[in-house]
Design a protein around this ligand. Structure first.
Ligand code: BGC
Length: 806
């Protein structure tokens, strides 16, 4: 498509234009500059986002799962094929130059300033000039990237461009919701579009490669990095993982508005014991094959360009040095042709793990295991040459790694033009571009989950009510940006206070309430929490007393979840619970808006507070999205991608657990339960309410077709996520009591109905056995359908002869 052929731009005022795209889609686009041609070029770059914003999404998801088999041999893996330009280059390179390509450094100084004269910075600088650095991360801005690229291209022996990476996890500067929040949308099209937005902006600042998506399944809300993934379920997680890859990479990796994705962290990082980051993981083969690996496999099927291994050891082997994971499964069984980067310093971390005795051995283990690039441990560049010369690393492993790295650069288009992503003008136009800002708002609204709305306090009406808005987080413009806002600017989120005050009709009074956080807000620093000083609570109570309705915005700051931010307590941090209960004493009309990066254990609130809205950390347009849901401009449609526990003692807690031999309940004590608490979670996986209601009826199974009629029986138009679960009742390996196997997000105007159909296929009914082989066994299944994992409709399905199932 070209701008002239397919887009007609009609200017209707100084600021607005109407675009006609294809036959009957009209979009209003705010003009960015004065030149029409420039604008058309921008429109082409932004087109994917604009098209998505012009339509509502809905999709059935029942894709194929390929079997894993264990019979291939590591050494039989065919070398990856590469373009002739890559092959030619490889032939000319010395061993040292090849190892240089396997070396990645973080950005280290202002490259547009004077050259460094000594120290570590000079070492890196000289290595770039000598072609001994293949990639850099954390270099910010088109000008910086261009200058560093120039250093490599114009000085190094073969002029090989570097590839520039960054953690563009949920946006570069214009931030979408944190990934866990996006997962709550169950809207694959919206999630893909959000990744596309991130790619458009990041590619405009010189970045070619993002360290995302993070696809680690986790069942433990104590682990801070649950904010970064798709939740607890492998089926939903796989769909989301593939959608994110598609969003980042588009159809053409060499296009200037797409970037290479990186699936991380391979593997089982989300199963850190006791939810403590970087901790040991010890899981059985059934969990590995059926829960941990499927989202990784889904991204290979979606053609992800790269993978990252992980810090943790899995069953005694650090993932970075795990040949079985990286060579046998990923590059062997799954046929992954892209490249594997280590996690930050993870090659060196095999020494404290007690797996390698020194840096040299660590480098040897990692290279032999299939880790192609060393992120910042510097052990490849220091030791690999000698290791190859001494015969400890086979040259074919080096060639394979370098071929994968060079091929990535080729695919991204860097050999055609090393500076193609370094256009300062494009950077100016794309960063915080209004189309992208609208896109992240769209995603943010869809990510909100209405946990309860008992006395129908929501949606708010504009009716001269006295509304108290309480909480430090209500006015916070940093916390909603989340943990991975490394490239974004401080205080760029729209706060709830700003967005609510912009709406007329009610009298809004704000009270900060108790202080929650103190100290510097920084990615690398622990955030202080006020556990002692109750100042502010009395003011909040006084305001609540004279108000009709109280909106309390409570929860976690963005820097309380994420890497290195595990929590042993899952309640509201600091004195927020005290403040909530004190306010409740004087005014029970509380709308609790939660901001958090993980499931919280808030049993008192769930029991007493009439209305609770889960708003996570929603990114740059956070307040706008929340206000639009509070006022009913958008009817919430999110569903929880992770179970909310009642108490941290229940964790790990997840819906798709197995049955024990004593599932209970039983009158005596001898069944699987707690003496002091129910087994039930606070909010189940898949839960989420709406301002309207949905009735499920006409549930039937005919052949392998499942069908159910869904009716919007309430007073508002709305979206519902219709969920399909199965239980394989008897199998050669014990199966979970419930497994999500399909979902469809549908829009229904009030009074309307729709019949939703699912097809039961081998791919949905089978599982991986303990040898990693995908098997489909005849037998009885419960098939369940509903608006959450607490399904009410169930029927039996008998699989008699799997060959009859298409
Ligand atoms: C994280 C990765 C991240 C890398 C680079 C590590 O600490 O575990 O997820 O991509 O840093 O920033």
């Amino acid at each position: 498509m070209t701008a002239d052929q397919e887009i007609v731009v009609i200017q209707v005022s100084r600021h607005f234009v109407i675009l006609t795209i294809f036959e009957n889609q009209f979009l209003v686009y705010k003009k960015l500059g004065n030149k029409l041609q420039e604008m058309k070029n921008q429109i082409l770059l932004l087109l994917p986002v604009m098209l998505l914003l012009s339509c509502v999404s809905s999709k059935t998801v029942n894709d194929k799962v390929e079997p894993i088999t264990l019979d291939s041999k590591v050494d039989m893996i065919e070398p990856v094929t590469s373009d002739s330009r890559v092959d030619a280059l490889l032939k000319k390179m010395t061993l040292e130059q090849k190892i240089g390509q396997m070396n990645q450094y973080t950005g280290f100084f202002d490259i547009t300033g004077p050259a460094p004269e000594d120290g570590d910075t000079k070492v890196k600088y000289d290595q770039i000039k000598n072609g001994l650095v293949g990639s850099m991360l954390n270099v910010h801005g088109a000008e910086q990237v261009r200058a560093l690229q120039k250093l490599a291209v114009e000085n190094s022996p073969h002029g090989i461009p570097m590839i520039f990476a960054n953690d563009v996890v949920h946006g570069y500067k214009t931030l979408s919701p944190i990934p866990l929040a996006e997962a709550a949308s169950w809207d694959l099209e919206a999630i893909e579009n959000s990744a596309r937005i991130a790619a458009i902006e990041a590619s405009a600042v010189g970045i070619n490669w993002t360290f995302a998506p993070m696809v680690d399944i986790s069942r433990d809300a104590r682990w801070g990095r649950v904010m970064e993934g798709g939740g607890e379920d492998p089926f939903l997680g796989s769909k989301i993982a593939a959608a994110r890859v598609k969003g980042f990479q588009g159809d053409d990796l060499s296009a200037i508005n797409t970037i290479a994705a990186c699936t991380k962290h391979f593997a089982a990082y989300g199963f850190a014991e006791s939810g403590k980051d970087y901790n040991t993981t010890d899981i059985g083969t059934s969990t590995l094959y059926n829960v941990v690996l499927p989202p990784f496999k889904a991204t290979v099927d979606a053609d992800v360009a790269t993978f990252m291994n992980s810090f943790n050891e899995l069953n005694g082997i650090p993932a970075t040095g795990d040949k079985y994971l990286q060579r046998t499964i990923l590059k062997g069984e799954w046929g992954f042709k892209g490249m594997m980067v280590s996690d930050w310093g993870s090659i060196g971390e095999m020494i404290p793990h007690g797996f390698a005795k020194d840096g040299k051995q660590a480098a040897v283990i990692a290279a032999n295991a299939g880790c192609d690039m060393d992120m910042e441990s510097r052990l490849y560049i220091q030791h690999l040459k000698k290791a190859v010369e001494e015969g400890n690393v086979d040259m074919k492993h080096i060639d394979d790694a370098v071929r994968r790295i060079l091929q990535l650069k080729e695919n991204v288009g860097l050999f055609d033009d090393p500076y193609k992503y370094c256009d300062a003008q494009r950077e100016k136009e794309m960063v915080y571009n209004e189309v992208l800002m609208d896109g992240v708002l769209h995603m943010a609204k869809k990510s909100i989950v209405l946990l309860k709305n008992e006395s129908k306090l929501l949606p708010l009406e504009s009716s001269d009510k006295k509304i108290a808005l309480i909480g430090e987080l209500a006015a916070d413009k940093n916390g909603p940006l989340g943990n991975w806002r490394v490239s974004s600017d401080d205080n760029t989120a729209v706060s709830v206070k700003e967005a609510i005050e912009a709406r007329t009709g009610n009298e809004i009074t704000y009270e900060h309430g108790v202080k929650i956080f103190y100290g510097e807000q920084h990615f690398v620093q622990e955030l202080g929490v006020n556990n002692d000083d109750p100042a502010g609570i009395s003011n909040a109570v006084a305001l609540a007393k004279k108000s009709d309705v109280v909106i309390m915005v409570l929860g976690e700051h963005g820097l309380q979840s994420g890497e290195g931010r595990s929590r042993a307590d899952l309640g509201l941090p600091g004195l927020q619970q005290e403040m909530l209960e004190a306010v409740y004493e004087v005014n029970k009309n509380i709308i609790l808006v939660l901001m958090n990066g993980r499931p919280l254990a808030i049993p008192w609130a769930a029991e007493n507070v009439p209305t609770i809205l889960e708003a996570w950390q929603l990114g740059t347009r956070s307040g706008d999205a929340i206000a639009s849901v509070l006022y009913g401009e958008y009817n919430p449609s999110g569903k929880l991608p992770m179970t909310f526990p009642r108490d941290v003692g229940q964790v790990p807690i997840y819906y798709n657990h197995k049955s024990t031999g004593r599932p209970g309940p039983a009158p005596l004590v001898f069944w699987s339960h707690y003496n002091d608490m129910t087994n039930e979670p606070l909010f189940v996986f898949g839960h989420g309410e709406s301002y309207t209601t949905f009735d499920y009826s006409n549930f039937s199974i005919t052949g392998n077709q499942v069908s159910v009629k869904v009716t919007n029986s309430g007073d508002y138009d709305g979206e519902e996520v219709v969920q399909l679960y199965i239980r394989d009742k008897f199998a050669s390996v014990v199966r979970p009591i419930k497994e999500l196997k399909g979902f469809e997000k549908i829009f229904l105007a009030k009074g309307d109905s729709k019949t939703v159909n699912f097809t039961l296929t081998d791919e949905l009914l089978g599982f991986y056995d303990n040898q990693g082989k995908y098997v489909v066994e005849d037998g009885e299944f419960d098939i369940m359908v509903g608006g959450s994992s607490a399904t009410e409709l169930s029927a039996e399905f008998v699989l008699n002869n799997q060959k009859k199932i298409p």
